[in-house]
Design a protein. Structure first.
Length: 76
């Protein structure tokens, strides 16, 4: 459930709050936003997939940890 909740927050952020034309965004924010979009693409491709096996679980954990590490860039 935590995985789904966190990635739903990411989906909402990208849909509602991230302005692609942020002229005042510094390079670290631009890089973080690009990585957030990559995480979102992974999540959208993964949704509806079969029940994860052990290898999938490890990948999901890594992606979730990366999302948590990037949360600082989700403030607008």
């Amino acid at each position: 459930m935590l995985l789904h909740a966190c990635f739903q927050l990411l989906c909402d952020f990208l849909a509602q709050e991230l302005d692609e034309s942020q002229p005042d965004a510094d390079s670290s924010h631009r890089a973080a936003h690009a990585e957030l979009r990559e995480l979102h693409q992974w999540w959208m491709a993964k949704r509806g997939a079969e029940v994860p096996n052990e290898a999938d679980y490890a990948v999901e954990n890594a992606k979730l940890k990366r999302l948590i590490d990037l949360r600082w860039a989700m403030w607008t």
